[in-house]
Design a protein around this ligand. Structure first.
Ligand code: 2AM
Length: 180
């Protein structure tokens, strides 16, 4: 049996924000628009790692131990639909510098450790619906919640009993926010 696991680094959503998002989502999109992501699975990916050996996982986690980035706030005020992967997402019109720096750091550590990184620019987003391959009516505005990112985490993606679940393996604090 292979000991590799499918992993990614992401920002977890606080429980209260998860609940706000799913309540709003139920009204904002028709049930035909796509398959809603479970509340506990809502996250913002920072770096996708793919299938990673136990040894590489340890190396990446120990590199993450040394990250001393400040936390940051982002306003969730953008919505979009990517028909090809069939994703409807919630994002931000102005990604804070702290978010871009954290993602860049994790993505460059991943690349140096041999994890393929997409050449596509990083577009921070929280996937709301999957299998959204038909045109979707996107609401013109979002509630504009502010998401205070205070931690980042390593997740394993597990497919069991016909559904995908994300297990948080390890979590790291971000330093207190600057300019608050
Ligand atoms: P998505 O939400 O836009 O589908 C776990 O699968 C997380 O990693 C998801 O947030 C997913 O993004 C992202 N992901 C999956 N495959 C990826 C890939 N090949 N490149 C970049 N991100 C990926």
């Amino acid at each position: 049996m292979s000991s590799s696991r499918r992993l990614f680094f992401a920002l977890p959503l606080p429980d209260a924000l998860q609940q706000q998002v799913i309540r709003w989502r139920a009204d904002a999109f028709s049930s035909e628009a796509g398959r809603p992501v479970a509340a506990a699975n809502l996250h913002l990916t920072l770096a996708f790692l793919g299938e990673v050996s136990a040894q590489k996982e340890q190396a990446l986690a120990r590199l993450a131990d040394r990250i001393a980035q400040p936390g940051f706030s982002l306003r969730l005020d953008d919505l979009g639909h990517w028909p090809r992967p069939g994703v409807v997402w919630l994002g931000t019109r102005r990604a804070p510098r702290g978010l871009l720096q954290l993602a860049e750091l994790l993505r460059s550590q991943a690349a140096r450790s041999g994890c393929y990184q997409s050449p596509m620019p990083f577009h921070p987003h929280i996937t709301l619906l999957r299998a959204a391959t038909q045109p979707v009516a996107i609401p013109p505005t979002t509630p504009g919640w502010v998401f205070n990112a205070e931690t980042f985490a390593l997740y394993q993606s597990v497919f069991e009993n016909g559904r995908t679940r994300y297990h948080q393996l390890e979590q790291w604090p971000l330093a207190p926010q600057e300019n608050r």
